[in-house]
Design a protein around this ligand. Structure first.
Ligand SMILES: [Zn+2]
Length: 140
């Protein structure tokens, strides 16, 4: 099983949709597993914000893939840009994969955290406004 946020190895952290009845099979998904509390929290905040409807992950994943281009190019540059892939050693190929996967995971996690942070800031602003102008009929 891989983490639903960053695709690292999942470690027994799950999630369920508390808006749905216990008898509803859509309450649970075996895809909602996470590698860490950070990923679980980021996912949970997005699911709460979207009321159980996950955001468009395809767009986010596409951006994460594009974000791998730079580190991929940097690494290939260090081991020889002109060499054919067939000439790469096993270790060079493994490092290449690691560079790409790490860049992808980092971008996915950063994006999920950015969205969660933006939503938190929005909610805090609304809360602050409510405290500033309590519902006494007074206007700004
Ligand atoms: Zn994760």
């Amino acid at each position: 099983m891989t983490c639903a946020v960053c695709s690292r190895q999942a470690k027994g952290l799950g999630w369920f949709n508390p808006r749905l009845k216990r008898s509803d099979p859509a309450r649970y998904s075996d895809r909602w597993v996470f590698c860490s509390m950070a990923c679980q929290n980021a996912f949970s905040q997005i699911m709460n914000k979207t009321e159980g409807n996950m955001i468009n992950t395809t767009e986010m994943e596409n951006e994460a893939i594009v974000s791998c281009l730079m580190p991929l190019g940097d690494y290939v540059g260090t081991i020889g840009l002109q060499r054919p892939l067939a000439d790469f050693s096993r270790q060079e190929v493994l490092t290449l994969i690691e560079v790409v996967v790490t860049a992808f995971q980092a971008r996915m996690l950063a994006e999920h955290e950015r969205v969660a942070c933006r939503d938190r800031a929005f909610l805090e602003q609304r809360l602050a406004r409510q405290q500033q102008w309590p519902s006494t009929g007074r206007t700004a």
